[in-house]
Structure formats: structure tokens, C-alpha cells
Design a binder for this molecule. Structure first.
Ligand code: SF4
Ligand code: SF4
Length: 385
């Protein structure tokens, strides 16, 4: 029996307004699916996503593993003869996915629009200023100092407040992600059942395989147009993880072993955080440079993409500035930088499920599903396995 098509015209409009404005230029030549090295033989992408998006087949796209298996390398965009920018259209579809599937999806809409930027920033500023007011630390010139008069951020914003606020944010983000992944998985299974046999691969083996794939970034190596993407993404990824480990390490030292900050520069934990900061800066610098360099071929990217890059960069810069000003004994500058650093970390954590950060979670889910359903991975992507 022929399938009944139910187009959602609002969905098409939303894709166009989220950075997929070139969608209608596609005339279905399939060049994009041919050049994409990550596209599987059986059900290649992104041509089918382009037609599904043009027809407003929202349900198909919301349960499509390929919208997250696309690594946004832009090879398809560079070779599209119509300038339909399929890589950017898939990015816009992902943005719509986040707004549809996350718990508190309205935040997805806010994070995707520059109109809400100030409101989203004011929330952490007010919360953190409220804590400083409660502590009597609003006067940055009168913060108590540590031994020998050194600046100690602990006296400015005691860790217990940081831990309570940020653990709550992590739990909020975790909850939003769990809701999103469960909804996505159900839709993946539903779409799969309609067209193929049920999944039969090992779920544990699929998860292990996906994590291994992510840690090694094998698929990024296949990018043709933005060749530096693998290294820039790896540096950013491990820089971020290194900083997260450094922060957890400092917390354990303080509360597990009673060691008071600031820790000396010779401390291995400081080596890790400093090396991770450098990796993050170099990785982000490469991402920005490559995007600007390849913009005529690969597209400049949407506000949604740039928003995440800029917030990560500002978080790194304010963290580094806080350390430099602390060592230079410039109290007001050090506390101001540290305050801004906390604001942007809040931003990163609280809005993670609604920003581009979400790709880490949903791409992992799509990879697990791909393996779980024994889907044939393209030969090009298997080459280095
Ligand atoms: S997006 Fe471009 S390359 Fe892909 S099918 Fe459409 S016109 Fe062809
Ligand atoms: S952006 Fe890259 S991975 Fe995504 S569909 Fe295009 S060629 Fe394939």
C-alpha cells in the first residue's frame, strides 16, 4: 500500500529560519550522497534528508539516525551543483530536533535565537550576584586574602556554593538528555520497524564501539574539504575533558584531602589544566580559522554553531584570565574574570542539552543505534578500523 505523506509546512519554515535557507534549491541530483564518505550504501544521506525536509516529513527526520551520523564536514555542500548547502540544512534539522525532543524544548528555541541571548546570560549573572550579595562579597576590593596576602578564589566564592549550583545544573542537563535520548530511541525504533527488520546487534558491544569511535575520531579523518577538522575537533574535545578532570581533581584535593587552594604551578593537576587550556584554545582557533577560510565552499555555519564555539572560547579565556590576574595580584580583575568564568560555565552546563553541545549525546545514540541495527557502515569509514 502506498505510504501516506503528511507534510508539516511549519517544520519546513522552521528549518529555513534555523539556517537551512538554501533547502529549496535542491533538485535531487544525489551528488551529495555520492561525495559523502560517511553515507552507507543501502540508505545514503544527505539526499533523502533534503527531500524529506523539502516535503516537511518531520516524523521521518526526527527518527532518522543520519541527521546525527552526519559529521558536518561540508564535503556535500562544497560539491552541490545548486548551492543547496546540504551540510547546513542537516545542521538546521538537528537544531529542530533539539527543540522537539529535549525536555524544556523552549530553551532550545531560546538558545537558537540571538534575540534571547541577553535573557539567557542575565539568569546566571543574577544567581551568582545573589550568592555574592548573600556572602557580602559584592565589593571586589574587600575580599579576604589567604596566607601572605595571596588572592584565593575560595574566599570570593566558596566551593560549596559552586558545587551546589553546578551539580544541580549537571543533573538538570542529564535529565534533559535522558528524556531526549529516550524519545529519540523510540522514534528510531518506530521508523526502523516500518521499513526493516527489528534491531538485533549487541547493545553493550554497540555502546563500546561508539565510545571507541568517538575517542579516536575516526570518521572525522574522512573530511575532504575541511581537512584540519579531525585535529581541531580532537584538541577541543580533549581540552574540554582535561579541564573537566582538572576541576574534579581540585575538588577532591580540597574536600577529600583537605588541601587548600591555590595549588602551586608545579602541581600535576595544574599541568593538566594548563595543557588542556592550550589544547582548547588551539583547537577552537583552528575551528574558527578553518570555517572562515572555507566559508565560500563549505558555508559559514549558523548562529547555533557559532554560539557554541564562542561560548566555549569565552569560557576558556575568562578562566585563563582569572589565573593570570591572580598570579599578577590584580584583585578586582581576577575576581571579575573568575565571576565571568562562572557565568559562562553556568551557560555551558545549563544550556548543554539545547546547544550544539548536544551533538555529543545524540550522535553517540545514533552510532549505537547504527551498530545495534547491524547497519552496514560505509567502506570509507571502515577503512581504518
Ligand atoms: S543537495 Fe545539492 S547535491 Fe544534494 S541532491 Fe540536492 S542539489 Fe543535488
Ligand atoms: S556534511 Fe559531510 S558527513 Fe554530513 S552529509 Fe555532508 S558530506 Fe556527509
Amino acid at each position: 500500500m502506498a505510504e501516506r505523506i503528511e507534510p508539516d509546512l511549519n517544520f519546513v519554515k522552521n528549518i529555513i529560519s534555523s539556517g537551512g535557507g538554501s533547502l529549496k534549491k535542491c533538485f535531487q541530483c544525489a551528488t551529495c550522497s555520492v561525495v559523502c564518505k560517511l553515507s552507507p550504501d543501502g540508505k545514503p544521506f544527505p539526499r533523502k534528508e533534503m527531500i524529506h525536509a523539502q516535503w516537511g516529513l518531520k516524523n521521518r527526520l526526527m527518527g532518522d539516525p543520519d541527521i546525527w551520523l552526519c559529521h558536518q564536514c561540508s564535503d556535500c555542500t562544497a560539491y552541490c551543483p545548486r548551492g543547496a548547502k546540504p551540510g547546513e540544512v542537516i545542521g538546521a534539522i538537528r537544531n529542530q530536533f533539539i527543540q522537539n525532543y529535549s525536555a524544556f524544548g523552549f530553551l532550545g528555541k531560546m538558545v537558537s535565537s540571538p534575540s534571547y541571548l541577553i535573557i539567557l546570560l542575565v539568569i546566571p549573572v543574577l544567581i551568582l550576584l545573589g550568592v555574592l550579595f548573600h556572602l557580602g562579597n559584592l565589593d571586589f576590593t574587600a575580599i579576604p586574602r589567604g596566607e601572605e596576602g595571596v588572592i584565593v578564589f575560595y574566599y570570593f566564592m566558596p566551593h560549596i556554593y559552586v558545587i551546589v549550583i553546578y551539580v544541580a545544573l549537571v543533573m538538570f542537563a542529564f535529565f534533559s538528555f535522558v528524556v531526549g535520548v529516550v524519545r529519540y530511541w523510540k522514534e528510531l525504533l518506530k521508523n526502523r520497524k516500518e521499513v526493516e527488520s527489528p534491531p538485533s546487534g549487541s547493545i553493550v558491544g554497540s555502546i563500546v564501539g561508539a565510545v571507541k569511535e568517538i575517542l579516536l575520531h575516526k570518521r572525522f579523518k574522512k573530511c575532504g574539504v575541511e581537512r584540519g577538522r579531525k585535529i581541531s575537533h580532537l584538541l577541543t574535545f580533549y581540552g574540554f575533558i582535561g579541564l573537566a578532570i582538572g576541576t574534579a581533581w581540585a575538588t577532591v584535593k580540597k574536600y577529600g584531602f583537605g588541601m587548600m587552594p591555590p595549588f602551586p604551578l608545579s602541581d600535576p593537576m595544574q599541568w593538566l589544566t594548563n595543557a588542556s587550556s592550550v589544547a582548547l584554545f588551539v583547537g577552537l582557533g583552528m575551528i574558527i580559522f578553518n570555517r572562515l577560510k572555507d566559508k565560500s565552499k563549505a558555508g559559514i555555519g549558523s548562529y547555533f554553531d557559532w554560539f557554541f564555539i564562542v561560548i566555549l572560547a569565552v569560557t576558556g579565556v575568562t578562566g585563563m584570565a582569572a589565573q593570570v590576574f591572580r598570579l599578577a595580584d590584580m584583585g578586582v580583575s581576577a575576581y571579575t574574570s573568575y565571576f565571568l568564568h562562572l557565568v559562562f560555565i553556568f551557560y555551558l552546563f545549563a544550556y548543554a542539552p539545547f546547544s550544539k553541545f548536544a551533538h555529543m549525546v545524540y550522535r553517540t545514540a545514533a552510532m549505537v543505534f547504527e551498530s545495534h541495527t547491524l547497519r552496514k557502515i560505509p567502506l570509507a569509514a571502515q577503512a581504518d578500523k
